[in-house]
Write a protein that binds this ligand. Structure first.
Ligand code: NAI
Length: 326
């Protein structure tokens, strides 16, 4: 058995974490031979609920759990961690403007970025799930001088998995036979799910579907999937979000075996002409614990326009949180 690694989860008493923590503890994220010490962070009003999660975690008697810490202090939660899944964030309240939401979360991710920088292992891998995920990740990165900017990422994997599943259904295949899907940009309704390079059972998806389906069904369905789930379930997607977080971290740590995945990463040095100071989703492959942007793709005029739109939204989010990223 390997030595345990330390994994922090924030928002640990929330909906996503109620699924996520148990998947991590079972070995789905880092493998069946990797023990974990879970370091769970909540805010003081949720510490009671977190105790309940802790009781259930103990009741699972997971063989891979080598320890659990529950705390409301980020400096304790992030001490010596190898992985951080930042799920906790401030939801939009009644009458709250978008800029208020960005700033309320800005305050959280400023504190957590600093606490990560001061306490985590320098090569900690960070995944921001809490929305607005890309901009929260940018704030975290800017407030964490000791971290490698490459190690702060935002979750686009749910969007990626949604796109894979829509294509599999449309082309009558299994999602494991769908490859080279990309979701570019922001985890928001401006994201660009792109089938330009995608294949299903080895055939170009573009040759299997119409342009009309792509533009008027596929793209809006993936972009609006979160809202559709809230409408149907009366609550936001939690299990699928947790599953996507597990996928993101597993591929990053253990490799994507040549498969393309979508990850929100720091855009500095990107080969697609996107603003160099954003957390932006690109097509990515992972190997030996490192992510790499897939290079050399031809970008059509339509794709360029869609990428510009989501880039512009991220630029305006960045402007709205300027005070947090100085
Ligand atoms: P939730 O409201 O059930 O749980 C959030 C938890 O975070 C709460 O227990 C709250 O007490 C805690 N929290 C708030 N501030 C905190 C802080 N400063 N430190 C630690 N914990 C804190 O929400 P849910 O459903 O678990 O979603 C969490 C976030 O994930 C939301 O922002 C949601 O929009 C986002 N999300 C992102 C997705 C993505 O693809 N990137 C997909 C689905 C959800």
């Amino acid at each position: 058995m390997k030595a345990p690694v330390r994994v922090a989860v924030t928002g640990a008493a929330g909906q996503i974490s109620y699924s996520l923590i148990f998947r991590i503890a079972s070995g789905s994220m880092l493998g069946p031979d990797q023990p974990v010490i879970l370091q769970l962070l909540e805010i003081p009003p949720a510490m009671g609920a977190l105790q309940g999660v802790l009781m259930e975690l103990n009741d699972c008697a997971f063989p891979l759990v080598a320890g659990v810490i529950a705390t409301d202090d980020p400096n304790v939660a992030f001490k010596d961690i190898d992985f951080a899944l930042l799920v906790g964030s401030r939801p939009r309240g009644p009458g709250m403007e978008r800029s208020d939401l960005l700033n309320a979360n800005g305050a959280i991710f400023t504190v957590q970025g600093k606490a990560l920088s001061d306490n985590a292992k320098p090569n900690v891998r960070v995944l921001v799930v809490g929305n607005p995920a890309n901009t929260n990740a940018l704030i975290c990165l800017k407030n964490a001088p000791k971290l490698n900017p490459r190690n702060v990422t935002a979750m686009m994997r749910l969007d990626h998995n949604r796109a894979m599943s829509q294509i599999a259904e449309k082309t009558g295949t299994h999602s494991t036979k769908v490859e080279k899907v990309v979701v570019w940009g922001n985890h928001s309704s401006t994201q660009y799910p792109d089938i330009s390079y995608a294949t299903a059972d080895g055939k170009a998806v573009k040759s299997l579907v119409t342009d009309e389906w792509n533009k008027n069904e596929f793209i809006p369905t993936v972009q609006q999937r979160g809202a559709a789930i809230i409408k149907a379930r009366g609550a936001s997607s939690a299990a699928s979000a947790a599953s996507a977080a597990v996928d993101h971290m597993r591929n990053w740590a253990l490799g994507s075996n040549g498969q393309w995945v979508s990850m929100g990463v720091y855009s500095k040095g990107n080969p697609y002409g996107v603003d160099q100071d954003l957390i932006f989703a690109f097509p990515i492959t992972c190997e030996n614990g490192e992510w790499k942007i897939v290079e050399g793709l031809e970008i059509s005029d339509y794709s360029r326009e869609m990428i510009k739109k989501t880039e512009a939204e991220l630029q305006s989010e960045r402007a709205a949180v300027a005070d947090h990223i100085k």
